[in-house]
Design a protein around this ligand. Structure first.
Ligand SMILES: CC(C)(COP(=O)(O)OP(=O)(O)OC[C@H]1O[C@@H](n2cnc3c(N)ncnc32)[C@H](O)[C@@H]1OP(=O)(O)O)[C@@H](O)C(=O)NCCC(=O)NCCS
Length: 470
C-alpha cells in the first residue's frame, strides 16, 4: 500500500514538473507592491476585473496556471499535505504544529457529529430534494445545533455596528477607501450575552468555521444515504476528514489509496480566489449576517452549472457522446454551433488549470486496470481534450478546468454523480470560512452600482386605463 501511495505522490510531482517546464521561463511573482485604496481598475459586467478586497489567503495566476494557498504551491500541498492541514493553513495563515493539528483534528471529530441537525433535516423530504438544496438547508440548521443566533438575544442589534450610511454618500463621489470604509464593532458586541453558553456570538468566531468544515461533510454524506433510502452513519473518530467522508457516504472504511485520492481532491477545491461562491459568501458576511448564512450563500452560488455544478454536467456529456468514434464530430458540432463544452474554459485561467493537471493523471491512475464504464468515460474525456485543443488551437486558450476530470476521480471512488457538487462544497467551505474571517477584519458592506438604462418621467396610468391588447 505504501508503494501505491508513493505512486500517487509521483503522479503529482510529475504533473508539477510538467507545469514548471511549461511555465519555467516565467519569473516568480514578486512581493506585492504597497498600495492604497481607492484602486483604479477597469470593470466589466458582473464586476469582471473589479478588485473587491485584499487577501493573503490564495493566489491564482490565470495566464500562467498557478495556484497558491498562503504562499504554498498547490502541487506541493497535494503531494505532501492533508485537507486538515490545508484547512488550518487557510484559516490561520500558517501550517499547524503537531499540537495545533491534533487539537484541530479533535475539534473536527467532535463537530462531525451532527445528530440534532440531522434529526431536523430528516423531517424534510431529502430523498426528493436537490442535494445542494438539502445541503444548504442542513447548513442553516446547524445554527440551531451550535449557536443561539436564532434567539433574539443572539442577534446583532442595529446599533451594535457603526457604519457609514452608504446611501447617504452621493453616488457620484469616488469610493472613499479604507479611511471611511471600515465598519467598527462596538465593544459590547464582543461580550457573551449573560446566560447563554459561550459559543457563536461573534460572526468571525473560528470555532463556527471548524463546525462548518466538519458539519458540511457529515451533511453531504447523510444526504446521499437518505436519498438511497439508508440511515445516516455516525463518523468514526479515528479517521481522517477524507476517510470519514467516504466512510459516512458508503459505510465502508476506504483503503489508504481511496483516502489519499479523496484528500487530494479536497485540497484542490479548497480555495480559488474571488470566485462566484466565495464572493457570494463575502457579500452576505459583509452585511454582518452570520457565517452560517454566508456558507449557505456560497453553497447556493456553487450549485450553478457555470460554477460547481459543471462537474456533474461533464460526466453526463461524456456519456452522451456515445463512444470514442463520436468524439471528433461531437466537438466539431459544439464548436460550429458556438456551444460551450462543459469542463473547458475558465474566467481566470487562460492556461492549463493546475488542478486539472493533477486530476487528469489521477483519473488515469485510478482507471488503470479497470474495464468498466469509468475506463470508457476516461478514454472519452482524454479524446475530447485532444480534440478541443486541436480544433480550437492552443491560442484560443480553452483548456480543461478543474471540473473536467474531477467527476471521473469521484466516480472511481464510488461517489454518485449527484454528489459531485456537494463534495465541491465539502472542500470549498474551508476557503469560504477563511475568507469571511479575513474580510470581516476590515469589513465594508458590498455595494457596487448598476448603470440605470431605463426610462424617466413616465406618467402613472390607472389600471383600468392600461389596455395593452388593442
Ligand atoms: C467558465 C466559463 C463560464 C468562463 O467563461 P468566460 O470567461 O466568460 O469566457 P467567455 O464565455 O467570455 O468565453 C470566451 C471565448 O471562449 C469560448 N469558450 C469559453 N469557454 C468555452 C467552452 N467551455 N467551450 C467552448 N467555447 C468556450 C467562448 O465561446 C468565447 O468565444 P468567442 O470569443 O469566440 O465568443 C466558460 O468557460 C464556460 O461556460 N465553461 C463551461 C462551464 C464550466 O466548465 N464551468 C466550470 C468552470 S471551473
Amino acid at each position: 500500500m505504501k508503494e501505491k501511495l508513493n505512486e500517487i505522490k509521483e503522479v503529482i510531482l510529475e504533473a508539477a514538473r510538467k507545469a514548471r517546464q511549461e511555465t519555467g521561463d516565467i519569473p516568480a511573482p514578486q512581493d506585492p507592491e504597497p498600495f492604497t485604496w481607492p484602486i483604479n481598475c477597469t470593470v466589466g459586467p458582473g464586476l469582471e476585473g473589479a478588485i473587491a478586497s485584499e487577501s493573503k489567503i490564495g493566489y491564482v495566476n490565470g495566464s500562467k496556471g498557478w495556484l497558491v494557498y498562503r504562499g504554498y504551491d498547490i502541487f506541493d500541498l497535494c503531494a505532501y499535505s492533508t485537507f486538515e492541514e490545508v484547512s488550518y493553513l487557510l484559516l490561520h495563515g500558517h501550517l499547524p504544529t503537531t499540537n495545533e493539528l491534533n487539537e484541530f483534528k479533535g475539534k473536527l471529530a467532535k463537530y462531525r457529529i451532527l445528530n440534532k441537525t440531522l434529526r431536523i433535516v430528516m423531517s424534510f423530504p431529502v430523498e426528493e430534494m436537490n442535494p445542494m438544496a438539502a445541503l444548504r438547508l442542513g447548513t442553516n440548521m446547524m445554527r440551531q445545533e451550535y449557536s443561539y443566533m436564532d434567539k433574539e438575544v443572539g442577534r446583532p442589534k442595529l446599533d451594535d455596528a457603526i457604519s457609514s450610511d452608504e446611501d447617504s454618500i452621493p453616488m457620484e463621489t469616488t469610493p472613499m477607501g479604507y479611511a471611511n470604509a471600515i465598519y467598527e464593532f462596538k465593544t459590547n458586541l464582543c461580550k457573551n450575552p449573560i446566560g447563554m453558553r459561550k459559543t457563536l456570538w461573534d460572526a468571525s468566531n473560528t470555532e463556527a468555521c471548524y463546525q462548518l468544515i466538519a458539519g458540511v461533510s457529515t451533511l453531504t454524506s447523510a444526504i446521499v444515504r437518505l436519498k438511497n433510502g439508508h440511515m445516516p452513519i455516525e463518523p468514526l473518530p479515528g479517521l481522517s476528514h477524507a476517510a470519514n467522508l467516504l466512510y459516512m457516504m458508503t459505510g465502508h472504511v476506504p483503503d489508504p489509496v481511496e483516502e489519499r485520492i479523496m484528500d487530494i481532491a479536497l485540497i484542490l477545491h479548497a480555495d480559488h480566489g474571488m470566485n462566484a461562491s466565495t464572493f457570494a459568501s463575502l457579500v452576505v458576511a459583509s452585511t454582518l449576517s452570520d457565517i452560517y448564512f454566508s456558507v449557505g450563500a456560497g453553497i447556493a452560488a456553487l450549485n450553478g452549472p457555470l460554477h460547481g455544478g459543471a462537474n456533474e454536467q461533464v460526466v453526463h456529456s461524456l456519456l452522451d457522446i456515445g463512444g470514442l468514434d463520436n468524439v471528433k464530430a461531437w466537438v466539431k458540432n459544439k464548436i460550429e454551433n458556438k456551444q460551450k463544452i462543459v469542463g473547458f474554459g475558465h474566467r481566470v485561467y487562460k492556461a492549463y488549470d493546475p488542478r486539472a493537471r493533477i486530476l487528469g493523471p489521477l483519473a488515469e491512475y485510478l482507471v488503470g486496470g479497470r474495464s468498466d464504464c469509468m475506463q470508457v468515460i476516461y478514454q472519452t474525456a482524454k479524446r475530447v481534450e485532444e480534440e478541443v485543443l486541436e480544433q480550437f488551437g492552443r491560442e484560443k486558450k480553452i483548456f480543461p478546468n478543474v471540473d473536467f476530470y474531477s467527476g471521473i476521480v469521484y466516480g472511481c471512488l464510488g461517489i454518485p454523480v449527484e454528489l459531485y457538487t456537494p463534495i465541491f462544497a465539502v472542500s470549498r467551505v474551508s476557503g469560504w470560512t477563511a475568507r469571511v474571517i479575513e474580510y470581516l477584519q476590515k469589513n465594508r458592506i458590498f455595494r457596487p452600482r448598476a448603470i440605470y438604462t431605463g426610462e424617466f418621467n413616465k406618467e402613472y396610468v390607472p389600471i383600468e386605463q392600461r389596455n395593452r391588447d388593442v
